[in-house]
Design a protein around this ligand. Structure first.
Ligand code: SF4
Length: 268
């Protein structure tokens, strides 16, 4: 049919293609990792070979003191938290003892840590809630943990991973940076990175992945300037921030040694 000059042609209908949501989180689209499954596997083989039993750096004596230490560690260093909790945990290593100690005394003990007033209040409130709702014990499920004052998803993930041995990934500043910098689990939010990490990390490494990545981010792939010359995954890294080979003639000495010794396999 001919179209007259005054008649506008019918608009072509365009249907926007939507990316498929992830299986883990319907509705949320995860960015793709820069690495194949085999490469991701090799990355974690290296971390494992370098440090087979990675440990967190917060001091604690039981599930309760771990929970308190993690709550106190928000925007504070582990070293600073350990210094502050040394005496505190000797006096109060249970919710009941912490309540008896009182908010003022807790505030005194942790005053060297940032946000100490809010944190002291939360420590008392969460202790009261543990006594009231959980008979003074720390629950081993995320939902219950996240209901405690001062406890968010990250804190819950740390406790579930370190104390209860669950393969959770707590995305702190280091994991968030690493996920995006090296592109192993890119994401705009910590939750995006967490879900992308869960998807990318081979199951056999998921229990320790959180620690390996924190330690790697804290001591090697640092925020300001990554120490690529000491990096065990230098040859695998696809970060645009990776130092060029020429700049680091002694590059990956450790990597080269590990590869030469055949220690990059779990059974190696
Ligand atoms: S090579 Fe450099 S940028 Fe890549 S992971 Fe290692 S330290 Fe980070």
């Amino acid at each position: 049919m001919a179209i007259s000059k005054t008649q506008k042609p019918a608009k072509k209908l365009t249907v926007k293609k939507r990316k498929a949501p992830s299986v883990d989180n319907p509705g949320r689209v995860l960015k793709r990792s820069r690495y194949s499954k085999a490469e991701t596997n090799e990355i974690f083989q290296r971390f494992h070979a370098d440090n087979p039993e990675p440990k967190g750096e917060l001091d604690y004596v039981n599930a309760y003191t771990l929970l308190v230490a993690v709550v106190l560690s928000a925007q504070a260093t582990d070293v600073g938290v350990n210094r502050a909790t040394k005496t505190l945990f000797q006096i109060a290593d249970t919710p009941e003892k912490m309540i008896a100690l009182g908010e003022d005394r807790v505030r005194e003990e942790i005053r060297t840590i940032g946000l100490f007033k809010t944190k002291a209040k939360n420590v008392i409130l969460l202790s009261e809630q543990l006594v009231r709702d959980h008979a003074g014990t720390v629950p081993d499920d995320r939902e219950a943990l996240e209901k405690l004052p001062g406890v968010g998803r990250k804190t819950a993930n740390v406790v579930l991973n370190i104390y209860f041995g669950q393969p959770t990934i707590a995305v702190d500043t280091h994991l968030f940076r690493l996920g995006n910098r090296i592109g192993i689990a890119p994401g705009k939010t910590p939750l995006d990175v967490e879900l992308a990490m869960e998807k990318a990390i081979p199951p056999e490494f998921s229990l320790h992945a959180h620690h390996w990545l924190i330690l790697h981010g804290r001591y090697i792939c640092k925020a300001r300037k990554p120490e690529c010359r000491n990096c065990v995954i230098y040859d695998l890294c696809r970060s645009p921030e990776r130092e060029p080979f020429d700049a680091v003639p002694d590059i990956a000495v450790r990597t080269a040694q590990m590869v030469a010794n055949g220690k990059t396999r779990l059974d190696g």
